[in-house]
Design a binder for this molecule. Structure first.
Ligand code: AMP
Length: 573
């Protein structure tokens, strides 16, 4: 990885010299190689701030949400500090996370970054057969990424030994407390050596997190990614909107949104080179004239790309931040964040490329459901509203295309010389009605404008996201009486086991996140009665939750699971 990005086009990069590269942070060659292979071009702000103190062995308290690059911020230093000579098979790092989904994700990140170091990583979570985990623990692992409940199970069995731990990470600590894991976390930390390094990341910093940090962290470095305040009055005239969309549907969602917006020229920002290349290919397949721009390209290649954009031969530029630094394109009408930027500053920087010279620009952000919080942070820091819109439906797209065809025909009627076609119309009207002739001509004109895409007629699932807890006066998990109608597109799932079976909220959350793709954040209120429990989940995933729970056990027992019948209690006794 080069130490400073090469300038793009003939322009001077604004702050290329100010931003340190991964190599400047003191990371070893094996890690730099892995990052370069992944196409990461530069560290995100949280990585810049967290990596040096973590490498120095400091404790750290970081406020950062998903999407900031926080996983690499703690994983890279942990991997670097891993002893070369491993004496025993016991782990030297333990990462506690709230959900199965995150355990898998964080383990994969460790794998990717540590592939040249031969680091052995094991995710352990409820819902996975314990035998496989026992065998892996027995063979020896370096990093364990675990949900607190299952970690404690293994500690009690003596299969997870914490005596060799050098570092403990509490990731998404607020989420873990919300899920009722406070006692489990305390119990786990009691088993860890006192002189360990402790790292705590949390999206919010309520007093309970402060308390946890005071008790378990020693003189921590504090990091917050949302400090920078933009200067008032500098804000460009930009219409800002966001779409919440699952990762798998992002390429289709981008195509759909661009089809409806029909930008003059747009730049789409991605996080890595890899993504730039992949997305460029996808968008070309959808009929766009897309060009890739990233730090791995030669100056000559970049100049060619910029030339094509300026001359209008290309209409879409897919770029990383580094490659687009200092880039100034007059014609740009739209900036698209294919991922939520890793810090509010970066968002402001990106969207500053449109809305110049008094023209209105458009900024569009695609956010995964988990990144919704980061979007809120950006809104708060910039003081500007980002409207969350629904992804255009197939019907919206059809309407929009018809409008575009109509506009094109109007223009042609007003401006073009249509005489050469008169003979055709006259000859056809001998045989057909004038209206029919016009209809056929419109149809041909309309069809000629359609981009050649295969998946354009498929609906893209809409995702509804609950507002972050600070906006709904959230104080831990709520318990509400059953059966009241819920706002915001959620429904309740009835589970025929309750307090008498020893069911706790974390058992239900663990079972749901363990058996489905649903994340802990999507689960609403939980009510536990003596003989049954009610869990609030988004409508869209209710069937998945029911299927998942039916196929699993809770506290070792099979339970009746179904949609709640509106709370009259008649089935519950
Ligand atoms: P996280 O906030 O840890 O969930 O990371 C969000 C996403 O950003 C993940 O998909 C990472 O692979 C990616 N990512 C993290 N750091 C970088 C970086 N420096 N450059 C590009 N992508 C990154």
């Amino acid at each position: 990885m080069s130490s400073a990005p090469t300038p793009t086009d003939a322009t001077i990069p604004d702050d290329a010299d100010a931003a340190p590269a991964f190599a400047d942070l003191g990371l070893r060659a094996e890690l730099l190689g892995a990052l370069s292979a992944l196409g990461y071009e530069e560290p995100t702000p949280i990585q810049r701030e967290a990596i040096p103190p973590l490498l120095a062995g400091r404790d750290l308290l970081g406020q950062a949400a998903t999407g900031t690059g926080k996983t690499a911020a703690f994983a890279l230093p942990l991997l670097q500090r891993m002893p070369d000579e491993r004496t025993g098979g016991d782990p030297t790092s333990l990462v506690l996370v709230p959900t199965r989904e995150l355990a898998v994700q964080v383990s994969e990140a460790f794998h990717r970054y540590g592939k040249d170091l031969g680091t052995r990583v094991l995710p352990i979570y409820g819902g996975q057969p314990i035998g496989r985990q026992l065998r892996a623990l027995d063979l020896g692992v370096d990093v364990v990424v675990a949900t607190p409940g299952r970690a404690l199970d293994h500690i009690a069995r003596g299969t997870l030994r914490l005596g060799s731990l050098a570092t403990v990470v509490l990731d998404e600590a607020d989420e873990m407390l919300d899920m009722g894991f406070a006692e489990d976390i305390e119990a786990i930390l009691e088993h860890a050596p006192a002189e360990r390094q402790t790292v705590l990341f949390s999206a919010t910093m309520p007093t309970r997190i402060d308390g946890l940090a005071r008790q378990h962290l020693t003189d921590p470095v504090r990091i917050q990614i949302e400090r920078e305040q933009p200067v008032a009055g500098e804000a460009p005239r930009v219409r800002q909107s966001a779409y919440i969309v699952a990762r798998a549907h992002k390429p289709a969602a981008l195509g759909r949104v661009l089809d409806v917006e029909s930008p003059t020229a747009a730049i789409v920002f991605c996080r890595s080179r890899e993504e730039v290349d992949r997305l460029t290919e996808t968008m070309n397949g959808r009929g766009y004239r897309a060009e890739a721009l990233h730090g791995g390209m030669s100056q000559e290649q970049r100049d060619r790309v910029m030339g094509r954009l300026r001359s209008g031969t290309a209409d879409l530029l897919v770029a990383t931040d580094v490659a687009a630094r200092g880039l100034d394109v007059e014609q740009l009408s739209h900036v698209v964040n294919y991922d939520v930027p890793s810090a509010p500053e970066s968002y402001v920087h990106r969207i500053g490329r449109v809305g110049r010279a008094g023209r209105e620009g458009v900024a569009i952000t695609l956010a995964e459901p988990r990144e919704h919080r980061m979007l809120k942070t950006i809104e708060r820091v910039t003081g500007q509203r980002i409207t969350v819109d629904k992804i255009p439906t197939v019907a919206d797209l059809r309407t929009r295309r018809l409008e575009l065809t109509q506009a094109a025909l109007r223009e042609s009627l007003l401006e073009d010389d249509l005489e050469p076609f008169r003979a055709i119309v006259e000859s056809l009207t001998d045989e057909f009605d004038m209206m029919e002739v016009a209809l056929a001509a419109v149809r041909l004109a309309h069809e000629a404008t359609l981009p050649g895409t295969a998946d354009e007629e498929e609906e893209i699932p809409q995702v509804t996201v609950r507002p972050p807890r600070e906006q709904r006066g959230y104080e831990g998990r709520e318990r509400r009486p059953a059966g009241r109608p819920r706002p915001g597109g959620t429904t309740q799932v009835f589970i025929g086991l309750g307090r008498r079976a020893g069911v706790r909220p974390q058992d239900l959350v663990g079972a749901i996140t363990g058996e489905t793709q649903v994340s802990g954040r999507d689960i609403g209120s939980i009510e536990i009665a003596d003989r049954f429990s009610l869990v609030e989940v988004p409508y869209a995933v209710a069937d998945e939750v029911i299927r998942g729970l039916r196929g699993s056990t809770i506290k070792g027992r099979k339970a009746t699971v179904r949609r709640d019948r509106d709370g009259d209690g008649r089935d519950r006794r």
